[in-house]
Design a protein around this ligand. Structure first.
Ligand code: NAD
Length: 501
């Protein structure tokens, strides 16, 4: 077993995982792997255009690998600009001839059908997501897939009630939506994009991320099963060049993008000279603010969930912990101990808490920023958990003694790395939380509702959680401000992005 000691030894009983756990009276778990055999993936996938899969042999191909063991999961088509154009043409035809003439009640029927089929194929989708992304099966099974179904159910309910959504008496759809999504929640992001767009009467061309295209391709099979009219949803796989072709295609009326701030910024410039609508959901550096009156046991779990959920590959992750100085030592001590208990390893094991990092490139970025954190003088605590030899892995890490000027307090790491800062007064907490270019999400932990509201009103972020973190619900709008982007997904607000209002 590989052992990591805390880099700078402070008051911690964390030396070796098993020793620590046995001292604390914790039992090790036996392996409880979910079977991968339920994922009936094809070896090669073409594009999903006009209701059918194209011949994989007619395209350039790339492989999608399992980040937990670097094995190839499937080979997928790389869509060219011509392929994207064919998909946009199919979407336009479907919009003009079918979908724009389909009543809201009829559209709702398809969305309900898709939602139910996602539920029927939930176990398979969860396994595929875990194989392709590296996230623990516990999360894909209990969060990603149920929430994806919930989004389709929720927006099915809106499809025949658009005139009551607060966007005028007769809100109209936009036309063809080009939708580009990242790799951190592949199926869920597809649902966040497709469900409101379809409910509002648009047709879609979706581009999944190049490292995680597979659950979207299973979703394409589900769309076929649901007998969604051909061309209403088209799925084009590929890398940034495919996304770029979609953004530049003149047949697209709206671009919805989730991904890095850097790419989002460039899309904004490119779309600015066209009539295309744009919404951007970009990065974040969420502050999780803990006051000294907060219930400490819940706080520890909330902080852990806020940063280690989905390996920290979460745009709204609570990656900056702001803890009141009076309880900072105790919170840090307990966090370090709790991190040591996180089970890191096989994502298909039902007991795994932290899975694999999605790609070699992302792992390199996490390593680089963590090294910078050490060089800048922060104190590093890294779990002593054993990491698998193959695949992309990063042990859960906490940095204490972080200053606001440190890069680990400013840059989005997008990995299982927490930066801990302290504050004395509510004013200082707000000032430090807002000292970022981002503005996606924050958490506030306090027993006093008045204090929570006082702080929440002063935070510059699109989402603020009180005494919880990383809670998502299709009825609730999600989105950012400043360098975290603009536009909202989810809730009634999520319809606005796909209506001509
Ligand atoms: P990215 O922005 O490069 O990729 C996101 C999506 O955009 C992918 O589908 C990608 O193929 C596509 N894309 C890339 N370049 C494009 C272009 N020029 N035109 C159109 N589409 C393009 O993000 P990434 O490389 O997957 O991750 C890099 C960083 O982005 C991460 O480290 C993290 O900071 C951030 N990120 C944020 C989110 C989020 O939900 N906000 C999600 C993933 C990544």
């Amino acid at each position: 077993m590989r052992t990591f000691a805390p880099t700078n030894s402070v008051e911690t009983d964390m030396t070796d995982r098993q020793l620590a756990n046995s001292e604390l009276g914790f039992l090790e778990y036996d392996p409880a792997p979910e079977s991968a055999s339920i994922a009936q993936l094809r070896p090669n996938y073409g594009l999903f255009v006009d209701g059918v899969f194209t011949d994989p042999g007619s395209h350039e191909q790339f492989t999608s690998i399992n980040p937990a063991n670097e094995e190839i999961v499937a080979t997928v088509a790389q869509a060219s600009a011509q392929d994207v154009d064919r998909a946009v043409t199919a979407a336009r035809r479907a919009y003009d001839k079918v979908w724009s003439k389909t009543t809201g009640a009829e559209r709702a029927k398809y969305l309900f059908r898709i939602a139910r089929l996602i539920q029927e194929r939930a176990r398979e989708l969860a396994v595929v997501e875990t194989l392709d992304n590296g996230k623990p099966i516990r999360e894909s099974r209990d969060v990603d897939v149920p929430l994806a179904a919930a989004h389709f159910f929720y927006y099915a309910g809106w499809a025949d009630k658009l005139e009551h959504a607060g966007f005028g008496a007769d809100p109209r759809s936009l036309g063809v939506a080009g939708q580009i999504i990242p790799w951190n929640f592949p199926l869920l992001m597809a649902a966040w994009k497709l469900a409101p767009a379809l409910a509002a009467g648009n047709t879609c061309v979706l581009k999944p991320a190049e490292t995680t295209p597979l659950s979207a391709l299973i979703l394409a099979e589900i769309l076929q099963q649901a007998e969604l009219p051909p061309g209403v949803v088209n799925i084009v796989t590929g890398d940034g060049s495919t996304g770029s072709a979609l953004v530049d295609n003149p047949g697209v009326d709206k671009i919805a993008f989730t991904g890095s701030t850097e790419v989002g910024r460039s899309l904004q410039q490119r779309v600015a000279t066209s009539q295309k609508r744009l919404t951007l959901e970009l990065g974040g550096k969420g502050a999780n603010i803990v006051f000294d009156d907060a219930p400490i046991d819940e706080v520890i779990e909330g902080i852990i969930d806020g940063i280690f959920f989905n390996q920290g590959h979460v745009c709204c992750a609570g990656s900056r912990l702001l803890v009141q100085e009076t309880i900072a030592d105790e919170v840090l001590r307990r966090l370090v101990r709790r991190v040591e208990q996180l089970r890191v390893g096989d994502p298909l094991d039902k007991n795994t808490d932290v899975g694999a990092i999605n790609s070699a490139a992302q792992l390199a970025r996490i390593r680089e920023l963590s090294d910078v954190g050490e060089r800048e003088g922060a104190t590093r605590y890294t779990s002593s958990c054993a990491l698998p030899v193959k695949g992309y892995w990063f042990a859960p890490t906490i940095f204490a003694d972080v200053a606001q000027s440190h890069r680990i307090a400013r840059d989005e790491i997008f990995g299982p790395v927490l930066s801990v800062l302290t504050f004395r007064t509510p004013e200082e907490a707000v000032a430090k939380a807002n000292n970022t270019n981002y503005g996606l999400a924050c958490g506030v932990w306090s027993e006093k509702g008045s204090r929570t509201l006082w702080v929440a009103q002063r935070l510059r972020a699109g989402v603020i959680w009180a005494n919880t973190y990383n809670r998502f619900d299709p009825t609730s709008p999600f989105g950012g401000m400043r360098e975290s982007g603009f536009g909202r997904e989810g809730g009634r607000h999520g319809l606005e992005a796909y209506l001509n209002v």
